[in-house]
Design a protein around this ligand. Structure first.
Ligand code: SME
Length: 299
């Protein structure tokens, strides 16, 4: 299963448009989709995009990201819309793949919240959406407005990483891609990546995204070394107040380090630095600890 968007697969414009028309439009409203999807493709506005879920080359589901879903709350954006999964593919949580992709793209665009309007009760709640009020449509009807706090919710990266891990490539290739996901998923992150343990109880620079970094950190030095030594996650809201901090970039103000433990031995750490103070929460630590546990299985 693969989620692709019209912006990344322009050759699918016609097929994607037809899919949305067949599932969401009637004769009078079909031009809404034709015009909107075509303009999403050619526009520089990244907030407008249309996605499909592919099983090999067959489209089996769809969703859109738009700046407003014909509703009175035009102060809110972006909106998830037009989520659909083919009937014979239901019951496998495939909707989550589309929702997670749109959450990820929303975070990449720098937004903390994703909205949607719906009349379904009890579905989107499973994906951390909560009802925040009622919206009014130009044609006189109302719908519930739902909001997902993306700053709070980074759990979507777990399934994303799980589906990305490729056991046929070296582990450091997987780590390279995972560092990219981490940097994207945590707003204001300057540096995201890995240090890996050597036999001398040092942490050696691994794959990462961000500016140049120090290459070797002894256990018990720096936030990374102390996390490795203590085998525990460290959240540092202000690195300038942390005596042992090793400053790789003067732009870094807060940091989180999570040890990767395999058979009770620290094999490395996940390290994230942020330009903002207090950028990382206990919820972030839980997510990163799950990522560390996933990684320990490929090392
Ligand atoms: N600040 C880290 C050093 C690594 S860089 O942040 C990439 C530390 O104190 O261990």
């Amino acid at each position: 299963m693969k989620v692709v968007s019209v912006k990344e697969r322009p050759e699918l414009l016609e097929e994607i448009t037809l899919y949305f028309i067949n599932h969401w439009a009637n004769e009078e409203s079909k031009m809404v989709y034709v015009d909107c999807i075509k303009n999403a493709l050619y526009s520089q506005n990244k907030m407008s995009n249309w996605y499909v879920l592919l099983d090999d080359n067959r489209i089996i589901g769809s969703a859109g990201m738009i700046s407003n879903d014909f509703v009175s709350r035009m102060d809110l954006y972006p909106y998830l819309c037009a989520l659909y999964i083919e009937k014979d593919y239901r019951g496998h949580n495939y909707g989550k793949l589309l929702i997670d992709r749109i959450k990820k793209d929303t975070i990449s665009l720098g937004f903390d919240f994703l909205y949607l309007i719906t009349d379904h009760i009890g579905y989107y709640e499973h994906f951390d959406f909560e009802k925040i009020g009622t919206g009014y449509h130009p044609w006189g009807e109302t719908s519930s407005i739902y909001r997902c706090n993306l700053k709070k919710d980074r759990r979507h990266i777990i399934s994303e990483i799980e589906s990305l891990i490729d056991h046929s490539i070296p582990f450091y290739s997987n780590l390279a891609n995972i560092s990219c996901i981490l940097k994207d998923a945590f707003p204001n992150t300057l540096w995201a990546g890995f240090y890996l343990s050597n036999k001398e109880n040092e942490l050696v620079l691994g794959p990462y995204q961000g500016p140049l970094a120090c290459t070797k950190i002894p256990y018990n030095r720096g936030v990374c070394g102390i996390s490795a030594y203590k085998k525990e996650t460290l959240i540092v809201p202000n690195v300038h107040e942390f005596t042992n901090h090793i400053a790789c970039s003067s732009l870094s103000n807060s940091e989180i380090v999570v040890p990767i433990i395999k058979d009770n031995i620290v094999v490395g750490v996940i390290d994230l630095d942020s330009i903002e103070f207090d950028n990382f929460s206990k919820e972030d630590a839980l997510v990163l600890e799950e990522v560390a546990s996933l990684i320990s299985r490929i090392l």
